[in-house]
Design a protein around this ligand. Sequence first.
Ligand SMILES: NC(=O)c1ccc[n+]([C@@H]2O[C@H](COP(=O)([O-])OP(=O)(O)OC[C@H]3O[C@@H](n4cnc5c(N)ncnc54)[C@H](O)[C@@H]3O)[C@@H](O)[C@H]2O)c1
Length: 326
Amino acid sequence: MNILVTGGAGYIGSATAAQLIEGGHSVTVFDSLVTGHREAIPAGAKFIHADLGDFQAVESAFRHNAFDAIMHFAAFIEAGESMKDPGKFFRNNLAYTLNLLDVGEKFGVKKIVFSSTAAVFKSSEQPLGEESQIEPANAYGFSKYAVEQSLEWYRKIHGLRYAVLRYFNASGAMPDRGEAHQPESHLIPRIMAVALGQATHATIFGTDYPTPDGTCIRDYIHISDLVSAHLLALDALVDHDKLVYCLGSGNGYSVRQVIEMVEKVSGKPIAVVEEARRAGDAARLIASSEKIKKELGWKPQNDDLEKIIRSAWDWHHSHPNGYHRD
Ligand SMILES: NC(=O)c1ccc[n+]([C@@H]2O[C@H](COP(=O)([O-])OP(=O)(O)OC[C@H]3O[C@@H](n4cnc5c(N)ncnc54)[C@H](O)[C@@H]3O)[C@@H](O)[C@H]2O)c1
């Protein structure tokens, strides 16, 4: 297939693009590089350096390429920032996605796989599945849910076939691709920076959550398992017009447990500073991914925290400056 990968210079998009190419697909990466890295775009992908907010650039991409499907990763992802500047997230994540959907419709592209998030759900003691209560704790989560709902209207009105993948915390690395957000707010790479001597301490935001050690609990899913789910979802759109799946390992780890695992794997002590809770952080988000396992035969291979942290440590240790060599 000829596939448009928006956000293909980012962490998850670039890893998926690489896997698609390996599987024999043609890939065009559309990315503004606002947070992504040119170096992460796989060799073998075409690259369009443009912003989804630029309607003409989006049109031109579709006019010059006969895409069969879209994989839509491009977004702003900082939940904390979304609670300070929600308009930035609604514009980039929702409004600019409508450019993509409208142009896709104009050029007859009928399949899309969309990166959604666990942040659409209300925090719960129970593992979260597709039917769990939707109640985003932050504007980022709302922006993603608004896209999910828009996709449903495009399905009803235009016959768009879509797969929504609500993932929990993407983590870990492939040998040549790792997590390097700019700025980095994600827990594991921030702790890695401390282990590498690039930061003085890791910050724990909130130690009074109703969890066993008082810190937030999250479900970490390895990047390679996320990528395999995207490929399965894309294939499944041949037979289905609407797929919604939760993707996670099903295991929850507290911030303190993650820090301890990095200490174990890296052999370095991690200094910690405790601060107040951040707005928009849910206490506990753990996935139930039974539906995608049952329906698409998805089998996560790296669902253990130690394996995830080891792969992340290997990448950060061998790429101390991320994708930048200097
Ligand atoms: N990282 C996670 O843990 C996680 C969890 C759940 C969902 N997601 C979703 O997965 C997707 C990818 O996340 P990631 O961690 O790879 O983030 P990332 O920041 O590494 O990648 C996002 C990419 O999108 C590009 N981009 C952003 N806005 C754009 C625009 N308007 N036009 C063109 N390009 C634009 C950026 O330059 C970047 O390359 C996002 O949609 C995110 O919401 C991520």
